[in-house]
Design a protein around this ligand. Structure first.
Ligand code: SB7
Ligand code: NI
Length: 185
């Protein structure tokens, strides 16, 4: 199973590299990785398991974060208590094919399992995206996401291109909103 030991931290060059596109069918090793990444997210969101293995809770994990420079990320955005997740899949070769003009940022800013410090500030992203991706079986999906799930997917897609959340922060004015960007609670 993946634990925090397997997650590389800022300073490691893999986090700054452009990850390679996957080709189908995925190898057994890549399928295993997809399974392990999703299992990590599930474990990290289970308070008992997370405590036992010292896992930081995560809603996403990109392959480069476990030092595999491949365009694949698992996303698990929980829904309301007792309901289905808002989004759950391992996205392969994802591309944002269109997006809203409307920007949005989480009120609390963002964090990252590969960044062991708080970096305060709004991370302004697209509020709504149309995402094209492949699942691990090679089926193409085209979906619309908004608000939190859209933010999370953009954070993960950034990892596939060597971008970290704080690259988007205006460090001089971290929580200043100059424009009409939405703040998501
Ligand atoms: C806040 C947290 C995440 C995405 C968007 C806003 C995910 C944090 C876990 N990760 O480091 C995944 O890359
Ligand atoms: Ni991250």
């Amino acid at each position: 199973m993946i634990t925090m030991k397997n997650i590389i931290r800022e300073g490691n060059d893999t986090l700054r590299a452009e990850a390679k596109k996957a080709t189908f069918p995925l190898t057994d090793e890549q399928l295993q990785l997809a399974h392990d990444m999703m299992e990590f997210l599930e474990n990290s969101q289970d308070p008992k398991i997370a405590e036992k293995y010292h896992l930081r809770a995560g809603v996403g994990l990109a392959a480069p974060q476990v030092d595999v420079s491949l365009q694949m990320a698992s996303v698990l955005v929980p829904g309301p208590e007792g309901e289905a997740p808002l989004f759950k899949d391992t996205i392969v070769n994802p591309v944002i094919i269109s997006h809203s003009v409307q920007g949005a940022a989480l009120s609390e800013g963002e964090g990252c399992l590969s960044v062991d410090r708080d970096v305060p500030g709004y991370v302004v992203r697209h509020d709504r995206i149309t995402l094209r991706y492949y699942d691990i079986d090679g089926n193409q999906h085209k979906i619309r996401l908004k608000n939190y799930p859209a933010i999370v997917c953009q954070h993960e897609i950034d990892h596939l291109h060597g971008i970290l959340f704080y690259d988007h922060i205006d460090h001089e004015h971290p929580f200043t909103m100059e424009n009409e960007d939405l703040v998501i609670e």
